[in-house]
Ligand binder design. Structure first.
Ligand SMILES: Nc1ncnc2c1ncn2[C@@H]1O[C@H](COP(=O)(O)OP(=O)(O)OP(=O)(O)O)[C@@H](O)[C@H]1O
Length: 263
């Protein structure tokens, strides 16, 4: 893995018509960091992740990913080095696809297994990841028969399949019940602690979904960075209240965060 930052953004604007989806974003992610990106609906979180996934180019400014500059690199070579999970990607998975194949086919950046030849290394890695993410028993079932929590875990296993240098998780906790969320947070905390895991960026609306071990936070509001840096410096009552536009009471206990409207 290179010692260069995994993500480097300088003066990034993303503009559509008159609207600034992102404005003046500066952001650096190092290989050993785990970032949470927080902000209200429409803050620009998904747009930021699309840039980090090499799925979007900035209107202005520079984006460097894994040492390569967007606009000066073949994104099809870059994308396999980056794991991404998002609701939009999940919708593209056929509900009749065998769950094991959803994970396995990621090594070839295809959705739907189609006459690829998988070697023993691929099969072993897929089996190991499905075991790690608790979805081995569903390997032979169609993806569409899985619960929301199981689907989320299959998507993460798929994103990890090509051994990416950067893992981007767009709202992995959305739609999960309390047990599902807690299970996901524990597994993500394990991944965060694992020395050889990729750099991680998790987008969420809820501080309760921040896994212990996440090191940094970026707060976005209306396309602009409110604050960014180590979690203990950034996730303050003041900065979270500013980000979400309401007075919040924020607490941290045993590595977990909670927030509620201030009395
Ligand atoms: N093509 C577009 N043209 C104009 N505005 C757009 C376009 N795409 C997105 N937007 C707007 O840009 C803003 C940022 O969108 P984005 O999806 O990045 O926000 P988000 O923080 O991920 O929101 P959410 O939490 O609701 O998923 C939103 O207000 C959205 O409506």
């Amino acid at each position: 893995m290179s010692s260069e930052p995994v993500v480097e953004m300088h003066g990034v604007d993303v503009v559509r018509g008159q609207a600034y989806l992102l404005r003046g974003v500066d952001w650096t992610v190092e290989a050993d960091q785990r970032w949470v990106v927080l902000g209200p609906n429409g803050a620009g979180k998904t747009t930021l992740l699309q840039l980090a996934a090499a799925h979007l180019h900035p209107t202005r400014g520079t984006v460097r990913l894994l040492g390569e500059t967007l606009g000066a690199v073949d994104v099809f070579e870059l994308r396999p080095r980056i794991g991404l999970t998002s609701a939009a990607l999940a919708q593209r998975i056929s509900s009749s696809e065998r769950t094991g194949d959803v994970v396995l086919s990621a090594g070839y950046a295809v959705l739907g297994r189609w006459r690829e030849r998988y070697d023993v290394h691929d099969l072993t890695r897929a089996a190991m990841l499905m075991q790690q993410w608790g979805v081995s028993p569903m390997a032979h079932r169609p993806f569409g028969t899985l619960s929301e929590g199981e689907r989320k875990r299959v998507q993460i296993a798929r994103a990890l399949m090509p051994d990416p240098e950067l893992l981007l998780l767009d709202e992995p906790g959305a739609g999960l019940d309390l047990g599902g969320r807690e299970d996901l947070v524990s597994r993500l905390a394990d991944l965060a602690r694992y020395l050889y895991a990729p750099a991680q960026v998790l987008v969420t609306h809820h501080v309760e979904e921040i896994p212990p071990g996440y090191t940094h936070a970026l707060l976005l509001r209306a396309g602009e960075v409110v604050a960014g840096g180590p979690v203990e410096q950034v996730l303050t009552q003041q900065s979270l209240s500013d980000t979400f536009g309401l007075a919040l009471q924020v607490q941290r206990a045993d590595g977990r965060w909670t927030a509620r409207r201030a009395a």
